[in-house]
Design a protein around this ligand. Sequence first.
Ligand SMILES: [Zn+2]
Length: 228
Amino acid sequence: MSLKGLDKKVINKVMDDVLYVSRTLFEEGLVKCTFGVVSIRVPGEDYVVITPSGFKKEKIVKRNLLIVDLDGKVVSGGLRPSSETPMHVFIHKNIKEANCVAHTHSPMATVFAILRRDIPCVASEQAFMFGGRIPVVKKYSYPGTSNIEELESIVDALKMCKAALLPRHGVIVHGETSEEALDNAIVVEDIATSAIFSLLLGQPQEFSKEEITYLQEYKKTRYGQTKK
Ligand SMILES: [Zn+2]
């Protein structure tokens, strides 16, 4: 259990970010009771800060967080890490830009996960942010899986889209930054809600590839602030 070589200030900042994401997910109603997991990679290192197992996200403080290596071995912290640690470290290991990974049971998105149905791309927000459907992970058994084929299947889905559905379980998202991962988790729930209601009330039309390309281009060139 050694933290040799790790910058304390950097670790502190990563821990602040893990707490911020955890609390915001709780406030948004995307994680409840002891469910949900947040992990953030220590920049430039093969270590990840992750939330402990069985803790309410709104009550976690820094001393409850753990540092694990990319094999999931605890290098710092006295608690047991999340039971989803194998999934989280596997994602950090295999998707370079996945600096922050969050797992939720966000209710509306979980409806699609239960039915093993992709969230159809029927809202511009989804086309804009995710570039298409939110896919269901193809090979998946149960929460806490460490089965390598299933972990590879999760990574395959997350390489296609920064959010994916874990069958009969919940949602997994990632982002280059904690803000991006958080936005992805929040927006997935919003678009799942809109999709469910639009499917109940009528027959929503999915965005075509061309329309998605247009919206992605719009995002790149016309949205937000650009440096002058
Ligand atoms: Zn879960």
